[in-house]
Design a protein around this ligand. Sequence first.
Ligand code: ADP
Ligand code: ZN
Length: 721
Amino acid sequence: MARELLQRHFGYDNFRSHQAEVITTLLNGEDALVLMPTGGGKSLCYQLPSLLRDGVGVVISPLIALMQDQVDALRQNGIAAAYLNSTLNSREVYEIEQALQQGALDLLYIAPERLAHPAMLNLLKRIKLALFAIDEAHCVSQWGHDFRPEYLQLSLLHQQFPEVPRVALTATADTPTRREIINKLALNDAKQFISSFDRPNIRYRIMESQGDSKEQLLYFILHEHRHNAGIVYCLSRKRVEEVAAWLSQKGLTALPYHAALPAAERLRNQQRFLREEGIIIVATIAFGMGIDKPDVRFVAHLNLPKSVESYYQETGRAGRDGAPSDAWMSYGLRDVITLRQMQSQSTANEQHKRVEQHKLDAMLGLCEAIQCRRQILLRYFDDPLPEPCGNCDNCLEPPQSWDATVAARKALSCVYRSGQRYGVHHLIDILLGSSNAHILRKNHQQLSTYGIGKELGQNEWRNLFRQLIAHGLLVVDIEGHGGLCLTEASRPLLRGETTLTLRQLTAQRRGATPSAKQNRRSQSLTALQRPLWEALRELRKSLAERQGIPAFTIFHDATLMEMVQRHPTTLQQLSTISGIGETKLNRYGGLFLELLTSHAESIRGLPAHLSDPNSRPEAGSDTAEVSIRMFQDGNPVANIARQRQMKDATIYSHLCRGISEGILEVQAVTGLSDAELNKIHQTMELYDGEKRLKPIFEALEERYSYELLRCVAAAREPYHD
Ligand code: ADP
Ligand code: ZN
């Protein structure tokens, strides 16, 4: 019965973890407490029983701004839903109250303060109630950061409606919060359903910033998420403005969001993010709670979050729809120093400070780790993962570690000899034996550590100092000048009693590591599928715009992706695609089918192996693929050309395709430096829209061959044939 409704209304075949059990519990009239990660599928746990039980399901939610989207999405699935909140006028409120009394609604969303009004309670007592769902139940917790005093009143539900089953839901995992929810909401007898907090579709990546992390970010977005929605978190408002402006200047649609923006602008930006496609929000942490957008494809951090909890919560906003998504972070020495300083200057009491310190240590531990990131994260949340995940940077590209004992000892002793009061910059000058004015004024060329560190470069020393601070072997001074001092923990190392192994600097990774098997986007969409994909998105967008609702309430990305891959040709086939229930099939099936059919016709006439996705040639028989594979195996272009008896230019054209599909890195193929690459990009920007390469070739004074230019151009444009 429940499963039939799941298929009919939501178009899904199976329940996810615990959903079926929660539903059964509520159908039996019992209470439930549901802990599931973001995107786990909490809503279905109360939506389905509301349909199956007599009466209306009342959903209490603190997020007024999102009620409308939720109700829109339900109506798209043919479910009678409404919301009551302060954005409605009295006429609209009256109509909904009428509908309630007539028993015409399946679901009602309502804010907690409104629910507690005597008039509202009276109304609810007169009608039949299927259940109460208390969403974001951790809002009752006084210690959490989302505390809502109105939530405390919700204990009245139990007193005044003892016979109506209640379900409390949250994505906040820790035991103290859970205990508080049970106490405050009188849920002692509730059955508990605790799902794993793993988010397998999110790929975690953390890297050191090398120079400007903005550049790394841009590279990552252009290569992996060019047309996708994402959130970029920065620490300060100023940085938010700067990054948003910079990304916009690079041709992306990036909107700022922080507490100091006028409310109207904030709301407008949030609405655009929800309703339009491919918008990037650059935000301080003020943005996030209740961002229910399912198709956020990446969350990027340009700063270090203060704790693993914040990191997990913020990255958790990616990929609620279960499709592959990225959690990407770049952090550096500056971050570590700033956070350590903020902490030592904190005016909190000692106990609180110790907790904060512990949290930051855990966060830094995650960043500097060599093992699987997901295992570390889940262990932190007491939900251990037995095997490495295979979907984080450390699993995909195991970092090298190196014996840093000698270098670390040099650094520590340099700190000690110079009096434990200088910052990293000056310390590195001493180690490298620089003879600038500051060194000479302090007479530091006399120190025994002067010039003993020439085997490492500036960047490597910065990296090492960052790690020493992260590992607690050095502390930042309390006065806030950035001076470094030794800690107790550093003594044994300095005395030669212990050794130190560290993560090696991920050299020149530039933020993204899209090697062949790892780039899921290009893997899932071939060049031939891309036009269809774009067309489907376009259709979805126009349908959404006409109704003034977010595109994802029509179909999720995953649903469109399945259309691209399975190419349904009848309504019956279309109905078997996940996410297409009866109502949506009736409403939109015809239109989408028409598009799919006309697209199939337009590619007929192409060679059979190209037009029919099921008869693609074996990987490897495609000549470009062979060159790409040989290149990946480490063969230079000239070798490949010789072995395959082809011209260099031909091989380059193969590799170009690899670049535009995101399989190869343009720098690996061309050997160009960052500066050269930037220069070429700038020139291409000047000639934006120019199809021929000649003007660009000439503008660059014929310094770069056409082959190289073609490769760079390929990195800018996704592959089209
Ligand atoms: P949460 O509230 O736990 O963050 P949602 O209830 O918004 O998560 O669900 C996340 C996404 O997963 C939604 O897009 C929803 O449609 C989808 N979903 C939920 N249950 C299922 C299921 N059984 N099969 C497929 N998709 C599901
Ligand atoms: Zn892993």
